[in-house]
Design a protein around this ligand. Sequence first.
Ligand SMILES: [Zn+2]
Length: 343
Amino acid sequence: MKALAFNEFGGPDKLRLQDVPDPQAGPDDVLVRVRACALNHLDLFVREGIPALKTPLPFWTGCDIAGDVAAVGANVKDVAVGDRVCVNPNLSCGRCEFCQRGQDSLCVRYGILGEHVPGGLAELVKVRGDRVLKLPSAISYEDAASFILTNMTAWRMVVTQGQVGPGQDVLILGVGGGVSSTAVQIAKLCGARVLVTSSSDAKLERARALGADIGINYTKEDWAKAVFDKTSRRGVDVVIENVGQATWKQSLRALCKGGRLVTCGATTGPIGETDIRIVFWNQLHIIGSTMASTREFHDVMRLFFAGRLKAIVDEVVPLKDGAAAQQRLAEGKQFGKIVLRVA
Ligand SMILES: [Zn+2]
């Protein structure tokens, strides 16, 4: 089969559409013929090389997959060849204490399809039989692929970890990103007032169309001060963070008393300044979040299938143009998801 693979670590120029062996499904697996696969920053990190991962080469990424079932292992029930499906990218062991509690993304052997094993930037992908979810006929492969990973992540951040509820103020930083843009929709669904930041007025406008109440362009005004003003000097109940070093200190200051900072990433750097006095005096919560449990995956997909959460697609391009698409993602030019059409 063809895969958009790299044979050494580095920039997008290392990607080649090349022949690789077809994956072989075991008795508990299904093979999915990939139709669409969305890009995430994870694709870039793995391509650039994550030393701890010991990624075997050649390798191809791709965590957000939709396609057709091409083969079904003997032990797999309720899945048939030809089913239109999307894929839950969680790789969890099912045996450790966290899996036993249904907390897949805390699994001691946790991994992500397309990061720890080859993913969907290829014509075929092997997944465990219980990881595929049938798509309603009205949902396109491209929309499904664009939706999965960022919505799982944002759902866990906003609903489970952030405990966002009606009447609360939620601040979402860098609203052009995949997780941030979808967090707007989810926070609105929870009944919150949503404040967003971006360097781009066009992105703020798109966020408003998704329901954001207040847009702050951080290149034109001091965003922390703007948040303070817009909340009548109270601060917000929840900050949704994935910017990291550049915003961390101000994100903590933007919280109201007892507020919650939920973080799933650190794109500008991993070391942030924390004034511990603010944490204890204001009784703040700093909460990490990674991906989501299988239950959360099903919760958020159900709302997507029901039309209550929308796919946010920036552009769809063919797999062969994946290198340019990854470059565009790295430059942060997109709003929402870039999707590669595989076949
Ligand atoms: Zn486990």
